[in-house]
Design a binder for this molecule. Structure first.
Ligand SMILES: Cc1cc2nc3c(=O)[nH]c(=O)nc-3n(C[C@H](O)[C@H](O)[C@H](O)COP(=O)(O)OP(=O)(O)OC[C@H]3O[C@@H](n4cnc5c(N)ncnc54)[C@H](O)[C@@H]3O)c2cc1C
Length: 576
């Protein structure tokens, strides 16, 4: 990062030219020039950088090879300063909504339209909670039905079994700077973020444990394609830019079907795209060891999500991410009915009837409208008595969910700081091609400064393999970790784990469109069906993120306000 001098174009961003080889510099220039006059947002994650236009995303989105240091530096763009100030204060959009903690007080002020209309919200994940919270703010009479005994769904923090106040995230962990919706609600509910520490990452690939070689030294891996071995990171631009460039305008209402190049992406997987660009199997394994096993993810969904969800800042909520859903649920009070499993949805011209079961037996609720914020995996078990459109029904029945698992270990100390390879650190301690996937370090999130907290974060085939070990899965993981981090022997003092594909209320980590499916499923999943509106990460561009769940919550509230003849309020809600 020695020479951050080259100014861009008045967008307020500068390129640190010293660390950018020629080809990538040209890529960087083309981004800056094509979006000149618009504020750009440039994000770096690990060794790669994503850039996109910060307003409307009409510029070309490009990933640029980097070194292990971010080489984009944020300049003094006034739009950006405004955004950051707004975020710190709880965001301009929240201000427009008039959101505060006192959900009841605001509901009263929003009334005045006669009897409040009733909305029944299905699911108390972030999507359902966000929809309910905003609807109450707009004067609606809201009831939330949640099958489990807790709010949060795929945001689940575990504290039991850990020493000295330790906690671990079984579900969502990272919040990026670009997660505007998540950050807004975090601020709104007075929560703080804790950043992750940074540090060296080890690799365990092809049976060997090693640190990234010094510049100029080859990577100790066999099977690279010509040109990959000296510096695999140098291929990021070649292999990924073509994908980002094909995305088109992801915010266009017709995306992806309206963009032929996006349809090309939809027809393949992330791995398929990388292969088509010449990436070797070794390069792909090296990539997954850092970014997660996303090879079988639909390429259009994967590139869209990656283009929107990166950021230079990375953290999670101090004390546990579940503090956000618990705070939102507390604001809703007894409007949230726990252990209430939705069994049936029926509708007619005047309203929606939802059948559910709780400890007291079977019940029915009649409402003017319904927000369905259930993942489609459990929705498949619900009786849709008044069938939705054929595409929606097909999506509900066919949408798959990606397997994911976490296996956490609390340790007596942070032994990796004395690793024989040298002191390791950062979130991603070891990137592997084993069942463990990535070994992550969340110790900086803990209150105790000495105990350690690490876990294996497994996606897709890794998570399936972990689960196949059945009752022996933790033993199997402990044995594997002894190879990946030899110092772990005798260290473990607490354990927590979960395989999400086994959770009947989720079905997996995220909606998983297969090649060729996103073109029809994405619009179908979001489409309003009479008086039933659909929220949830699967209905958002930010699939697989809390940000997507919360974005979808605001979208459905906008839909309802609009349908109820409140276009002005709806517009205010949807303004970002
Ligand atoms: C392992 C893992 C890692 C993740 N990592 C991150 C991350 O780092 N950063 C990030 O931002 N996001 C991450 N996510 C994604 C994030 O957690 C989700 O995108 C988001 O929480 C989804 O919210 P949702 O409301 O759409 O769905 P959910 O959270 O799944 O909520 C759905 C709710 O519906 C309920 N429900 C289901 N069926 C019924 C029924 N029949 N009746 C009543 N209720 C029902 C469920 O119990 C649940 O509470 C991760 C998720 C997982 C699992």
């Amino acid at each position: 990062m020695s020479n951050p001098a080259r100014d861009s174009t008045g967008c307020g961003y500068r390129v640190a030219a010293g660390s950018v080889p020629g080809r990538e510099s040209r890529s960087a220039d083309s981004v800056v020039l094509r979006t000149a006059g618009l504020p750009l947002r440039l994000y770096t994650v690990g060794p790669w950088a994503i850039s996109r236009c910060g307003r409307g995303c009409r510029g070309v989105t490009v990933a640029v090879m980097g070194t292990h240091d971010p080489y984009w530096t944020r300049g003094s763009d006034p739009m950006n300063r405004l955004d950051r100030r707004a975020l710190l204060k709880g965001s301009a959009a929240v201000g427009a909504l008039g959101l505060t903690h006192s959900v009841d007080g605001a509901a009263a002020s929003a009334s005045g339209r006669g009897a409040a209309k009733r909305v029944v919200v299905l699911g108390a994940g972030l999507a359902g909670l966000g929809a309910a919270y905003n609807l109450v703010r707009h004067g609606y009479d809201v009831i939330v039905l949640e099958a489990q005994g807790r709010p949060g769904g795929r945001v689940q923090t575990v504290r039991e079994g850990f020493r000295r106040g330790g906690h671990a995230e079984l579900g969502a962990i990272r919040i990026f700077e670009s997660h505007e919706y998540t950050l807004r609600y975090v601020r709104q509910f007075g929560l703080d973020l804790t950043p992750y520490d940074t540090g060296a990452r080890a690799f365990h690939l092809q049976g060997r444990r090693f640190l990234p070689p010094r510049p100029g030294e080859p990577w100790p891996l066999s099977g690279f394609a010509p040109g990959e071995q000296p510096d695999p990171a140098a291929r990021f631009g070649d292999y990924l830019n073509s994908g980002f460039a094909k995305l088109g305008d992801v915010f266009d209402p017709g995306w992806p079907a309206a963009f032929p190049s996006a349809l090309e992406l939809d027809a393949t997987t992330f791995a398929g795209h990388l292969r088509s660009q010449g990436a070797s199997a070794t390069w792909r394994e090296w990539f997954y060891a850092q970014e997660g096993r996303i090879g079988r993810v639909n390429a259009a969904a994967g590139f869209a999500s990656e283009s929107l969800t990166t950021g230079t800042f990375l953290g999670s909520i101090r004390g546990g991410n579940d503090r956000l859903p618990y705070a939102m649920a507390a604001a809703l009070g007894d409007r949230v009915r726990y252990r209430s499993e939705v069994l049936r949805i029926a509708q007619d011209r005047t309203g929606v009837t939802v059948g559910y079961r709780d400890r007291g037996g079977l019940h029915q609720i009649r409402a003017d409208r319904c927000v369905c914020a259930l993942p489609f995996a459990p929705l498949r078990r619900v009786n849709i008595a008044t069938p939705f459109s054929p595409d929606k029904m097909a999506a509900i029945h066919r949408l798959r969910y990606l397997a994911a698992a976490r296996c956490h270990f609390q340790t007596r100390n942070r032994f990796w700081e004395r690793d024989p390879l040298g002191p390791l650190g950062g979130l991603n301690l070891v990137g592997t091609d084993t069942m463990a996937g990535r070994v992550w370090n969340t110790s900086s999130q803990q209150t105790d400064p000495h105990l350690g907290m690490i876990h294996a974060y497994m996606l897709d085939t890794e998570a399936l393999e972990f689960a196949r070990h059945g009752h022996a899965r933790v033993t199997a993981m402990g044995n594997l970790l002894r190879q990946l981090l030899p110092g772990i022997r005798g260290q473990i003092v607490g354990i927590a784990h979960k395989a999400w594909q086994e959770d009947p209320w989720a079905g997996g980590v995220t909606a998983w469109a297969q090649p060729g499916e996103l073109r029809w499923m994405f619009p179908a999943m979001r489409q309003v069906e009479g008086r039933v509106h659909f929220a949830g990460e699967h209905t958002s561009l930010w699939m697989a993120w809390m940000n997507g769940a919360l974005e979808s919550a605001e979208r459905v509230v906008g839909e309802i306000l609009h349908a109820d003849g409140e276009p002005r309020r709806a517009a205010g809600l949807l303004t970002r």
